[in-house]
Design a binder for this molecule. Sequence first.
Ligand code: PHE
Length: 436
Amino acid sequence: MTSNVTWKSRWTFILAATGSAVGLGNIWKFPYITGEYGGGAFVLVYLGCILLIGVPVMIAEIMVGRAGRSDPVHSMSSLGKTAGRSGKWGAVGAIGILAGLMIMMFYSVVAGWALDYVAQSLSGSYLQKPTAEIEQNFSSLLSNPSEQFLWHTIFSLITASIVAGGVTNGIGKSVDILMPILFGFLLLLLGYSWINGDFSAGLHFMFDTDFSKLSSDAILVAMGHAFFTLSLGMGAIMAYGAYFPGKASIGKTVLTIAALDTVIALVAGMAMFPLVFANDLTPGQGPGLMFVTLPIAFSNMAGGQFFGTIFFALVSIAALSSSISLIEPGVAWLEKYGIKRPLSTFGFTGIAWLGGIACIYYGEVFDALDYLTANIMLPLGGLMIALFVGRVMPRKMVAHEVGMGDSILFKSWWFVLRYLAPIGIILVFLNSLKLI
Ligand code: PHE
């Protein structure tokens, strides 16, 4: 039961995967966790995890998807069987689908906040206001469930309508349009903050490394975030890989996606921290960072309303191109049981939507879902995928499927996937459990 649907071109695959990777993780989460965990040293560990664990696991995921040509559950189970091992590896895909559902629950609430701020920017609600009032503005959104409910529902509906349209016409066509807009907006904003921001304090905060600030929790969060930001360990990239056209080498594609994702996270940090320091705010103020600092900055700047609107529209678009990939693996899986795409999409998104309502009313649910998925489920999923490709699938089969020949590139990837990535993930887990 393999799928013969493919992306229009390799380029659409790159846009879809980059769209999945670039999201709230980069613009909302990365700056505030960097703030909470003390800056430079955290950023360094995060970058190390992207390169040594994230990139190799991403190659593995795309390879499994492309070789299995199915949803994560069926791809892994059929490859497990072809390799002469167990079909039970499909369970890794199933846990991934569950993780996607759990992430979507809080993700669409935050995306809803971004939509709310598009509306607020358009109406000028935070313009020419004192700092305290703008801070208050965000807390009142948090204590207003019906407003959050509205935007969360709108965001869920938009996500579902795209995924229901299918891979080629729904997801493919949307990313072909959304991603160039996203890149354009980002360049515009970079120019704006380059002219208006004070970079030096922000840069120091992000790149001065003080390892004494690095707790074991910080290391776990940095690794978890590397998985989260690259959309790894839960089958999103694997599901997209199933529609990869042709047999081109995966390595270069992955480097493009990882580089874009990393650059966008760093740019988001460089746009935000200079403003944090310039306005006497604290970088460690948590999830509200983006919704407080930027409106403060935009509030008094020339063109603030225009650029504020552009900024929150950018965040919403980034969130949308990620949320569709949170839903797609589950939908592709349900389709295999003959459930029509629109029904499975709205059903699956509906469950996430209900979970989102729980997140709106109970902050603990929100925090627990975020912590559990990013710091535990995704790294564990990534570990299982690395073990599956590096140790369960025969080397010959992997070499054939990944399309890198027997080059030095292949050999180094193979080594990292078999040894470095799994050992790294296990060490971080042991360290955070205080066992080492
Ligand atoms: N990578 C997305 C982001 O950074 C989140 C995501 C995680 C999307 C896992 C899909 C799968 O916002």
